[in-house]
Design a protein around this ligand. Structure first.
Ligand code: AKG
Length: 269
């Protein structure tokens, strides 16, 4: 089934680099993704992270690229409305799944998701891309993702910062600059995206975003799965640091199309 997006939604995505998609995900898919997250927590992959220090309250866990072993992620990320909507938002002929990313914050987690954009972390170049962030719990404003709309068009790429301590990956790198200080970004963050279960937030790999922890909010759990897609202009790339996910070329060289079973075509015109 192909779900046709209202053109104004696509226009907002292209202009702001972020848009809320109401009622995108069925209750069955939410339940399946919740099962997938439990499987993932029970058996983390080799690249999983725990960002909460031992002994501190809460837990901030993330992991990615498990769709080939967790069928619930494969089904939601490669079939049904999610990939179809991704292709339309990108305005691409083809959508490929890049990977899925699970982010879980338990109650009283103090660790925030720091300001960043995703592109510099990835070994992918191109402007045809989208992450579809799907919450499995209601997301009130207190824990909602924050965005700087339009920042995907700033023509700037920022040196990644580690989620654990917010330190920069490197001092300097050609073609990349340091992020402005968080309080400066905070004042520009004009968009918070509270959403209900069934809604999703779509955002561009270059759109600056952040998210609070759960500490002090009364939120008991905040689970999300972010499906990441790339479109027609996506090319394999290297970075001056280890990419995240740390995918190897395996025959792909910088500048190559992602013609590789790790990045299956999941929607086409
Ligand atoms: O879920 C979060 O806290 C952050 C999500 C995020 O940064 C992403 O999906 O790129």
């Amino acid at each position: 089934m192909t779900q046709s997006l209202n053109p104004s939604v696509v226009e907002t995505y292209q202009r702001d680099g972020v848009v809320v998609l109401k009622d995108l995900v069925s209750a069955d898919t939410i339940a399946a993704l919740a099962t997938g997250v439990e499987k993932n927590l029970a058996a983390p992959g080799p690249w999983a992270n725990e960002y909460t220090p031992t002994g501190a309250s809460g837990r901030f866990f993330d992991d990615y690229v498990n769709w080939q072993r967790i069928e619930e992620f494969a089904r939601a990320g490669t079939t049904g409305p999610i990939p179809q909507v991704a292709r339309q938002l990108m305005g691409s002929k083809v959508a490929r799944l890049f990977h899925e990313h699970v982010l879980v914050k338990e109650a009283e987690t103090r660790e925030v998701t720091p300001w960043h954009h995703d592109d510099p972390y990835y070994g992918i170049d191109g402007m045809d891309n989208v992450s579809i962030w799907i919450p499995l719990d209601p997301i009130p404003d207190s824990v909602a993702l924050r965005f700087i709309p339009g920042s995907h068009r700033w023509n700037a790429r920022y040196i990644p910062r580690r989620f654990a301590d917010q330190s920069a990956y490197v001092e300097a790198a050609h073609d990349f600059v340091h992020l402005p200080p968080p309080d400066e970004l905070e004042t520009q963050a004009s968009l918070s995206t509270p959403v209900e279960i069934g809604d999703a937030v779509a955002f561009h790999y270059r759109t600056l975003h952040a998210a609070p922890g759960t500490a002090g909010t009364g939120i008991t759990r905040r689970r999300a799965v972010s499906f990441r897609y790339v479109g027609d202009d996506a090319r394999f790339a290297t970075r001056p640091w280890k990419t995240s996910p740390p995918l190897e070329g395996k025959g792909l060289r910088p500048g190559d199309e992602l013609d590789d079973p790790r990045f299956p075509v999941v929607a086409r015109v």
